[in-house]
Ligand binder design. Structure first.
Ligand code: FPP
Length: 234
């Protein structure tokens, strides 16, 4: 199969705007998160259909613990249901499932459901679906450095540092997409984003569908990825 340079290998999504989507419809925030899960499923299917090999979603940041307990409970209940339902199906379909973040602090039933599916899908060779949960980019770097110190290594390079990240073995994202209109990364993949293309869309996450992915891929195809080299003439 010839490589299509216009199709990114790895697309990462910052799923923002669930709350505003619900508010505009006079619905409780939890309805926005539930629609957000449906949008995740759509994007997983569409990304696979487009031949994207790695897809990553920012589901719960280390800062999200500051939200009301009721919303945190709703999010973890959705994540557990997602692990037992859709992730299980994806694993059976041959996808690899990875969780990025410190799972030790998650409610035990959620953690166990996630660990089970990660283990079950370990040998799969299909698309890799990563979900960042209790994830923070700075915490990821600190965790990596602590692991390096504990192992007694006294010198590292970029590749060995990358191997200590939650994303070990996963290529850096070619493109990071944020929904909901804000133009920042919010502590997401800050080590891995060094050469990622950034795309910010005003559309709220629950409204993401195939046409949004087509829009993203069209924008990505226009970008001149130079990785420090000189600009293309023409
Ligand atoms: C940001 O929207 C979204 C989140 C903090 C959570 C994203 C979670 C999901 C899509 C559902 C749960 C995930 C899984 C893996 C099942 P926001 O609430 O900050 O929206 P706002 O900025 O409009 O208030």
């Amino acid at each position: 199969m010839t490589e299509n340079r216009n199709i990114p290998t790895h697309v990462a999504f910052i799923m923002d705007g669930n709350g505003r989507w619900a508010k505009e419809r006079l619905l409780p925030r939890k309805m926005g998160h539930r629609e957000g899960v449906k949008a995740m499923k759509r994007m997983i299917n569409e990304c696979d259909a487009m031949g994207i090999r790695y897809v990553t979603f920012y589901a719960f940041s280390t800062e999200n613990w500051a939200r009301p307990q009721e919303e945190i409970d709703e999010l973890f209940s959705l994540i557990k249901k997602f692990a037992e339902g859709e992730l299980q199906e994806y694993s059976e379909k041959g996808y690899r499932i990875r969780i990025l973040g410190d799972v030790t602090q998650l409610p035990e039933p959620t953690r166990k459901a996630l660990e089970k599916i990660v283990a079950a899908s370990k040998g799969n060779s299909g698309m890799c679906v990563s979900v960042a949960i209790n994830y923070g980019g700075r915490q990821e770097i600190v965790n990596a450095v602590n692991n390096i110190i504990q192992s007694g290594i006294t010198q590292i390079d970029v590749d060995s540092m990358s191997d200590c990240m939650y994303t070990y073995g996963i290529p850096d994202p070619d493109v990071i997409v944020r929904s909901g209109g804000e133009k920042r990364l919010s502590n997401f993949l800050i080590w891995q984003c060094a050469y990622s293309e950034l795309i910010f869309l005003d559309k709220y996450w629950p409204d993401f569908d195939r046409s949004t992915l087509e829009e993203i891929l069209a924008e990505y195809a226009k970008r001149d990825r130079r990785f420090g080299k000189i600009a293309r003439l023409s």
